[in-house]
Ligand binder design. Sequence first.
Ligand code: SAH
Ligand code: SF4
Length: 352
Amino acid sequence: MTDRPNIKGLTFAEVEARIRALGGEKAGATLGARVYKGILQDGFRTFGEIPGMAKERAAIADALFSTTSLEVLSVRRSWDRSAKYAFKLADGNVIESVLLHHHGLWTVCVSSQAGCPLACRFCATGMLGLKRNLEAWEIVDQVVFVARDAGVRVSDIVFMGMGEPLLNEEAVARAAEVMTSTPGLQISKKRIVVSTSGVVPAIHRWIDAGRPWKLVFSLGSAVPEKRLKLMPIQERFGFDAFLDAVKRYESHRGGKHVTLEYVAIRNLTMGDDDIEAMRTHLRGFNLILNVIPLNPVGNELEAPSMEEARAFTAKLRGLGFPVKVRYSGGKDQFAGCGQLGRSLLEAGTPPK
Ligand code: SAH
Ligand code: SF4
């Protein structure tokens, strides 16, 4: 039966409704809660493995839902219990996820697409091109697998892995909804963050639909001509339209700060012209700037030294908004989240 939906792509309410519809079973809610918790929270891979599950009841669930899982290819662990996972999809494509440990909290950085079509110059995923969009369950299963493997309760999700989440809106929204479901992963909706490179119409749709998960925006550069070169998406959605969408999002959130991500690239995005461009274009925004020193991707773009990054952020602080630096590359040999795909390139994944 190939048409059964994967339980990891369904909310608890949907699972319960399908069990009920099967024959108004009185115990529908109980069975629903047991299988949902067993698969999504405890990470069992089949209904039959759930402790105390009678065979007939497992068969009911099996008739309704698939429990197919991602296949893990490799896990690289770091000294601080952060880890990077590579998964193989059923069609052979490979995606990556990262578990990050921060002040006792666990964040999973998930991929939303295999590859990415947007080809940002500084991004390894962009060099792979788009293979395909992920399905909701393939996004959720990254978290289920990682939580079970590491034996942790995940509190935060960031859509900063491979892919542009706003080019796969429906699956991303469904996955986020499922992640908040009780008795599944039970992640707070306030702790799900979606990063976009600026798919302007999708940002407006996100606002109009009242989606509760937080958007953060990749600025790339505040000099429009530089941004265009670094982030070809700007050919489709211009610089002003991008900033207008960010501004609208800020108002929509009641004036709470918006987060902009900024890749610091030596001799390219760290000059006085870049500081001045931010002064001009970001005036009036209530923002936090998240500076990510470039994690080199094998082209001519160079990472700044620690000193250069420090000097640059000191100047940025003069602009009057909070500046945070994410030393994702220095912390660990495999780098953090936001620059996945490099190992796939090195492994010679053929570009499509
Ligand atoms: N497609 C989305 C989310 C994935 S990328 C987006 O572009 O926002 C997540 C973040 O990592 C983005 O802010 C991106 O600018 C940053 N990033 C990508 N490649 C990087 C690299 N090589 N070094 C540092 N940051 C990088
Ligand atoms: Fe795609 Fe984001 Fe990478 Fe750009 S930075 S290529 S949008 S994943």
